[in-house]
Design a binder for this molecule. Structure first.
Ligand code: PGA
Length: 262
């Protein structure tokens, strides 16, 4: 796959205050030159959208944690896709394991992917197994999870969701084994295991969309990516970038990960 490596900060439900969010953004801005060399996205909680788009607009793109469905009528407490668009959101994390854990199904995820594509927002579809078994059943689980999360999506749907004019692809996949999330580099995947998974996921994407298209869909890895393992994971696994959770709240470490991608 051609194109710049991709780095996504998934802030989840952190930090707890606007002041702390501001501090992280000041730290990130100091390293703006590094982030500009790759495709950097920041996915903060909705309440920090304005702050992130104002302070990080020059070096990172705004992303959303999740994708609201289109609602008709009036709904107290709801956010609608147009609001994301108005902030300039370019990408949405969909199907994260923490959302799936709360009951988000593959069917709902595929609907959200469709909405994202309709609103020209690139879906980053997350998949990942809870645990591994010796018989390799987790592979079949992942194949189905990806296939059903993308049910009804066709190549022609991607064209609308472009993140810049010269870049046509509007779909990304994040492989995040649940057992590796929120730990430390020691618990992350080994580069060789990840290399196998990248080939496997690309094969599933090829079955769904054909080889030419599948080759252009970025595959990211997430699960305890840290400065200590980023370089090897990137070099030896064939992934196109990372989805980073807890370390993305530490501007210095996040910049080190960015450097490892260059
Ligand atoms: P982690 O989270 O980097 O804290 O493991 C990754 C994720 O859940 O997206």
């Amino acid at each position: 796959m051609k194109g710049k490596p991709i780095l996504v900060a998934n802030w989840k439900n952190k930090p707890v205050s606007l002041e702390e969010a501001g501090d992280i953004l000041v730290g990130l801005k100091r390293k703006a030159q590094v982030f500009k060399k790759i495709k950097t996205f920041i996915a903060p909680p909705f309440v920090y959208f304005e702050s992130v788009s104002e302070k990080a607009g020059g070096f990172a793109r705004l992303a959303s944690q999740g994708m609201p469905l289109v609602l008709s009528g009036v709904h107290t407490g709801a956010i609608i896709p147009e609001m994301l668009q108005s902030f300039g959101v370019r990408m949405a994390i969909i199907g994260h394991s923490e959302e799936r854990e709360l009951g988000e199904t593959n069917e709902l995820i595929s609907q959200k992917v469709k909405v994202a594509l309709k609103y020209a927002i690139t879906p980053l579809v997350c998949i990942g197994e809870k645990e591994r078994d010796h018989e390799g059943e987790y592979l079949e689980f992942l194949r189905k999870e990806l296939k059903f999360s993308l049910e009804g999506i066709k190549r022609s749907h991607f064209a609308k969701a472009t993140w810049d004019k010269k870049d046509e692809i509007g779909l990304m996949v994040a492989y995040e084994p649940i057992w590796a999330i929120g730990k430390s580099a020691r618990n992350a995947m080994s580069p060789s295991d990840l290399a196998e998974m990248t080939v496997f996921i690309r094969r599933v994407l090829t079955d769904l969309f054909g080889r030419k298209t599948a080759e252009h869909i970025p595959i990211l890895y997430g699960g305890s990516v840290e400065p200590a393992n980023a370089r090897f994971l990137m070099k030896e696994s064939g992934v196109n970038g990372f989805l980073v959770g807890h370390v993305s709240l530490d501007a210095k470490k996040f910049a080190e990960i960015a450097k490892a991608l260059i």
